[in-house]
Design a protein around this ligand. Sequence first.
Ligand SMILES: [Zn+2]
Ligand SMILES: [Zn+2]
Length: 115
Amino acid sequence: MTSRVPIDLETPPSGTGCATCLATGGWWFHLRRCATCNLVSCCDSSPSQHASRHAREVGHPIVSTFEPGEDWFWDYEHEQYLEGPQLAPPTHHPLDQPTPGPAGMVPPDWEEHLH
Ligand SMILES: [Zn+2]
Ligand SMILES: [Zn+2]
């Protein structure tokens, strides 16, 4: 783990889904969680790519997966996987939350909108 990037191990995730998608009526494929501010955002396959945009705009390059059964970190700046400490729980979205999500917002042809 890169020591110059601050990691917040105390704060729970911002919510169960991408904060920006939920605010704007969007939808996501997979979820990521900023290790610095614990904002939940959507992955680069998602239509809006809010996690990488957050990394660029705010300068928080390290995200953790927010998917059930996964355990890894990604560094957007150096484009590499990292091992990292356990963030504050929950470390993934609710198991009954659909992928893609959120429920009711995903168009029938969603696969054609992935990056
Ligand atoms: Zn999003
Ligand atoms: Zn952040």
